[in-house]
Write a protein that binds this ligand. Sequence first.
Ligand SMILES: NC(=O)c1ccc[n+]([C@@H]2O[C@H](COP(=O)([O-])OP(=O)(O)OC[C@H]3O[C@@H](n4cnc5c(N)ncnc54)[C@H](O)[C@@H]3O)[C@@H](O)[C@H]2O)c1
Length: 227
Amino acid sequence: MLTPNINLTNKTILVTGAAGFIGSNLVMELLKTVTPVTIVGLDNVNDYYDVSIKEYRLAEIDKLAANCPDSRWIFVKGNIADRPTIDDLFHTYHFDVVVNLAAQAGVRYSITNPDVYIEANIIGFYNILEACRATMNSDHPVEHLVYASSSSVYGTNKKVPYSTDDKVDNPVSLYAATKKSNELMAHAYSKLYNIPSTGLRFFTVYGPAGRPDNIFQSCDWSEKQTA
Ligand SMILES: NC(=O)c1ccc[n+]([C@@H]2O[C@H](COP(=O)([O-])OP(=O)(O)OC[C@H]3O[C@@H](n4cnc5c(N)ncnc54)[C@H](O)[C@@H]3O)[C@@H](O)[C@H]2O)c1
């Protein structure tokens, strides 16, 4: 479903995975470009990779937020797979926009650690969808759900360049299967309950303080920390 652009001024936005690479950059971009805005960041700050990178990113957000007195930045440490945590957040803040970036990332890690993928990417995403659904008949429905999918859904697709019209029914990792499942779940919820949603198939996203498991990261985060 195509939806018009949403004016984010004065809105309350949930960003899950806010201590992560993409999430932290999104929070900072929102703080820089939208005034006033309320951003609630949720992240369980897990140790899939060096936690100090996540703490560094959160500290950078705190510094920026301190210079944005008209906006609010609230960080909550919690797990999207924990339904009461999600329901409490939605009841407290009445989100206008929800951006779900929290997930267990990584293709290789899913070969040896499947449980965390089911917990974060399937149960966690289901909780987000259910919390959005619960708002739809209220006087404050979620205006838009944006969520992270992945280029991994293209699997062994040989045709280049990839297209969103390509068939993506052959995932070659559990990670890819969970991301494809997210797309199907979001599609069903969007159709059934009129939740406007957009899935983003990120390709390798890299930059300062990027994920250490991402071989294309352009700069060592520790250099940034001392800069
Ligand atoms: N960076 C890329 O190249 C890339 C490519 C394709 C898809 N993606 C997707 O984009 C999203 C963001 O990726 P990223 O590179 O910022 O990854 P990241 O690992 O840096 O960020 C994800 C964050 O989610 C948090 N998290 C994980 N499980 C959680 C849970 N159950 N509850 C709450 N928080 C949880 C982690 O602590 C982490 O801070 C992910 O969904 C990822 O699968 C990223």
